[in-house]
Design a protein around this ligand. Structure first.
Ligand code: ADP
Ligand code: MG
Ligand code: MG
Length: 198
């Protein structure tokens, strides 16, 4: 893994969320309450606003601070879940992680999200993307293939029936739409993967 340029990484994630905010909103309009694009944009713009301060911290401290900021700013169901993901990564990752560190910390972070959401794989949520990323990491795949796996996992939520979150209120009518949180997770994964690669 290349040395992590945290500022560039934060900018890349905030850019992709901003560029896709309308798409995330449209996905959430189909099976939720239509705020996912705004929620995520608000959160990652708040993170971006503090990019210099965050980038000055060691990686674990920066990740914990990002998680806290997301909890405070994203709102909705997804805020505490993305917040938990980043806070947990910050708790378990060393300052200069290798792949084995990442696999260990990411596994724990996914467990923390699942516990917080009382959710599991196959329920049409962001977790479907996170588990696919973990599988790709364990399989030894590189950043480009990990990003592709995340995109595919987001698409794979379309035929699923939602079991958790607002979309579950729709029951069978949630079938046929990509889950907004799965899509935003895949966008974040692609931005991180491309930053680490380039
Ligand atoms: P809200 O539903 O409160 O408006 P958002 O629209 O910001 O919040 O986020 C919705 C996304 O959050 C969903 O698309 C889904 O991926 C994720 N989500 C919601 N509830 C859960 C849960 N219990 N477990 C995992 N992910 C969830
Ligand atoms: Mg919503
Ligand atoms: Mg909402």
């Amino acid at each position: 893994m290349n040395r992590i340029d945290l500022k560039q990484l934060i900018e890349a994630v905030a850019d992709t969320i901003a560029a896709h905010a309308d798409e995330l909103t449209a996905l959430d309009q189909a099976i939720g309450d239509g705020d996912h694009g705004l929620n995520m944009k608000r959160g990652f713009e708040a993170v971006r606003a503090d990019a210099d301060g965050l980038a000055a911290k060691p990686l674990p401290e920066a990740l914990k601070a990002i998680g806290t900021k997301l909890v405070m700013t994203v709102g909705g169901a997804s805020g505490p879940l993305f917040g938990t993901l980043f806070m947990s990564l910050g708790k378990d990752l060393p300052a200069e992680p290798g792949r084995a560190d990442l696999i260990g910390a990411f596994g724990k972070a996914i467990d923390a999200v699942a516990a917080r959401g009382k959710s599991q794989a196959g329920q049409k949520t962001m977790l479907d993307v996170l588990y696919a990323v973990q599988a790709a990491l364990v399989a030894g795949e590189g950043p480009a293939d990990i990003a592709t796996a995340a995109d595919a996992a987001a698409q794979s939520t379309a035929p699923m029936k939602a079991i958790r979150g607002r979309a579950s209120f729709l029951g069978e009518r949630s079938v046929g739409h990509v889950d907004p949180g799965a899509r935003s997770s895949a966008l974040i994964v692609r931005a991180v993967a491309e930053s680490l690669e380039g």
